[in-house]
Design a protein around this ligand. Structure first.
Ligand code: CS2
Length: 492
C-alpha cells in the first residue's frame, strides 16, 4: 500500500497512536504559502510548524511546494497526495508523524506560469524560501546581486518564465501590483546572515533594474523578516524508507528524517496575515539577528569544521567526527575562545553544550559530505565574519586559521587513508586550481593567492599578514603530520 489520503484512515487505525496522522480535512486547505525549494529541510521544519496550525483549525495555510530545479521530490510525493512522514530519531528513540500541510507541488522549469499563478493568488500571503546559499545568486563576500549570474541575466531578459527564486519573487510581486493586490511576505529560511535583509536587498537590486516603479512599491510595502532556522536534517536513505514503511504499514517514497530539536526565530513584521507559528513553538521577536548570528557562527561553523576535519581523517558522519577527542576539543575551544566573544546572544555556554549533544546523535547518520558541500558559499558567514571581528578587536584567530587550513587541505580531494572524494562547490574549478598551486609554491605565497578569491574572502583578509602566516603554518602542519597530530598544538 502506498501512503495517500485514502490510506490515512487505515493507517490511523492500524498504527493506533504510534504514528500521528492529519485528522483535519485536507480538501479545505487554502494555498496560503508558496514555498520555493521543496527539500527535506523545509519538509522537516516549516511544514511541521505549519501542520500544527492546520491541526489547530486555521486552514488558510496549505503549502504549495516549488522545486526550482529537479522534479524528483515532486514525482515522489504527487502519487501519495503529497503526504509524507517525518521520522524523528534520537539514539534508539523514534517517533513518526504524517504531514498533510503540503497540498501540491510544482516543478518550476516545467510550470513557471503555474508557480507565478500560485504566488499571485490573492489567498497567498507568504512566499518562503529554502534555496541554499547559492540559490541567492549573490557574491558571498560582498552580498551584492550577481547580475552576471546566468539565471539572473536570463530573468532580466525573460521575466515571464523566470529561473531564479529572485526572478520569481519579483515577477510575482509585479503581477500582484498590477492586479491591485498587496505584496506577500518574503520569508527566507536559509542559513545566511540577516537572511531577510539579504533577500530584500537582492530583490530590490533586481527590481530596480527591471522596473524602478515596482522597486519603489516593494520598498514601501514589502516585508522581508529575518529568521533563524535550526533543525538537523540528513539526506534520506533507502534504509530510512524501509524503516518508515515497516512502521507505517505503507510505502512513503520520500520520508524525511530529523532530530527532536527544532528552533525557529522569526521577526514579527509581515505584510499581511501569518500562521500562529508561535503556538507551534516558533519564537516571534523584534530582532532575530543575535540568534541567527550565534547559530551561523556556532552550529554551522562547528559543522563545517567537523565536515572538513572529519572527512580528512576518513570519517563519514558527524557523530563519528565529534567522537574523536582531538576533534571535539578543537571545535569546542574554537567556539569558546574565538567565536563566542563575537556574539551577543545570552546563554552561549549552554547553547554550545546543547550543540555537542545534538552532534552526538548516533541515529541520524548525518553525512559529513552533505555539510562539506558548497564551502565557498558557506564559510564567509560561518568563519570569516568571526575572523574579521577578532582581527578588529585583537582577539585570537589561531583556531579559525587552523579551520581554514583544514578546508584548504580538504579541497585536495584525498583523505588521510588515501580515499578520494569529489569536492562539490560552484567554485570547484577555481578552488582546485588554486589549491594545486599551494602544493607547488611557498605555502605563505600560495595561501595569499587563494585569499585573493574576492567572492569568498573580500579584499581585506589577504592583507592581514598574521592571518595569512597562521593559515600557512597550520596547512603545512596538517599536510605533514595529519589532522589529529596537528590539532595537538591546541591541546589544553
Ligand atoms: C549544515 C546545515 O549542511 C550544512 O551545511 O550545517 O544544514 C545544518 O544541519 C542546519 O543549518 C541545522 O539547522
Amino acid at each position: 500500500m502506498r501512503l495517500s489520503n485514502a490510506a490515512l484512515a487505515t493507517l490511523a487505525a492500524r498504527a493506533a497512536g504510534e504514528v500521528v496522522v492529519p485528522a483535519y480535512d485536507r480538501g479545505s486547505l487554502a494555498p496560503g504559502i508558496v514555498h520555493l525549494g521543496l527539500g527535506a529541510f523545509h519538509r522537516a521544519h516549516q511544514a511541521v510548524y505549519t501542520e500544527h496550525t492546520l491541526r489547530a483549525g486555521d486552514h488558510r495555510w496549505g503549502i504549495v511546494g516549488v522545486s526550482l530545479r529537479r522534479a524528483d521530490t515532486s514525482e515522489a510525493l504527487a502519487p501519495q497526495d503529497h503526504l509524507y512522514v517525518v521520522d524523528v530519531r534520537d539514539g534508539s528513540a523514534e517517533s513518526f508523524q504524517v504531514i498533510g500541510a503540503l497540498i501540491t507541488s510544482l516543478v518550476a522549469p516545467q510550470s513557471a506560469a503555474a508557480v507565478l499563478g500560485a504566488m499571485s493568488d490573492p489567498r497567498c500571503h507568504i512566499v518562503s524560501l529554502t534555496i541554499t546559499e547559492k540559490g541567492y545568486c549573490r557574491n558571498p563576500a560582498s552580498g551584492a546581486l550577481q547580475f552576471e549570474h546566468p539565471d539572473i541575466a536570463h530573468d532580466l531578459r525573460e521575466a515571464v518564465a523566470p529561473r531564479s527564486a529572485i526572478g520569481f519573487v519579483v515577477r510575482a510581486l509585479a503581477l500582484r501590483r498590477a492586479a491591485g493586490l498587496g505584496p506577500f511576505t518574503v520569508l527566507s529560511c536559509d542559513n545566511l546572515p540577516s537572511n531577510g535583509d539579504t533577500m530584500r536587498a537582492l530583490t530590490l537590486a533586481f527590481a530596480r533594474e527591471a522596473d524602478p516603479a515596482l522597486a519603489d512599491w516593494i520598498e514601501q510595502k514589502g516585508a522581508f523578516p529575518n529568521t533563524m532556522v535550526d533543525r538537523i536534517v540528513p539526506l534520506t536513505t533507502n534504509a530510512d524508507r524501509t524503516r518508515v514503511a515497516k512502521q507505517l504499514g505503507a510505502d512513503d517514497a520520500w520520508p524525511v528524517v530529523t532530530e527532536p530539536f527544532s528552533q525557529w526565530v522569526i521577526e514579527d513584521r509581515f505584510a499581511g496575515p501569518r500562521p500562529a507559528w508561535e503556538h507551534a513553538g516558533a519564537t516571534l521577536v523584534d530582532d532575530a539577528r543575535p540568534y541567527e548570528q550565534a547559530k551561523l557562527r556556532m552550529l554551522n561553523s562547528a559543522h563545517s569544521a567537523l565536515a572538513y576535519f572529519g572527512s580528512l581523517i576518513g570519517y563519514d558522519t558527524v557523530d563519528q567526527a565529534i567522537g574523536a577527542p582531538a576533534v571535539l576539543n578543537f571545535v569546542e575551544s574554537m567556539l569558546r575562545d574565538e567565536v563566542e566573544p563575537t556574539l551577543s546572544r545570552p546563554d552561549l555556554a549552554a547553547y554550545r553544550a546543547e550543540l555537542f549533544t545534538r552532534f552526538r546523535n548516533t541515529a541520524l547518520d548525518h553525512r559529513l559530505q552533505q555539510i562539506a558541500t558548497d564551502g565557498s558559499q558557506k564559510l564567509p558567514q560561518r568563519w570569516l565574519e568571526s575572523v574579521r571581528a577578532n582581527l578588529k578587536s585583537g582577539a585570537p584567530i589561531e583556531r579559525l586559521a587552523f579551520a581554514l587550513a583544514g578546508w584548504i587541505a580538504y579541497l585536495g580531494g584525498v583523505d588521510e587513508t588515501g580515499r578520494t572524494y569529489a569536492v562539490a562547490d560552484p567554485l570547484a574549478g577555481t578552488l582546485t586550481e588554486a589549491v594545486r598551486s599551494t602544493l607547488l609554491a611557498d605555502t605563505v605565497d600560495a595561501v595569499r593567492t587563494l585569499l585573493e578569491i574576492e567572492s569568498i574572502f573580500g579584499c581585506d583578509l589577504r592583507a592581514h599578514l598574521r592571518f595569512v602566516a597562521q593559515v600557512a603554518r597550520h596547512l603545512d602542519a596538517i599536510r605533514t603530520q595529519g589532522v589529529v597530530k596537528a590539532m595537538g598544538a591546541f591541546a589544553a
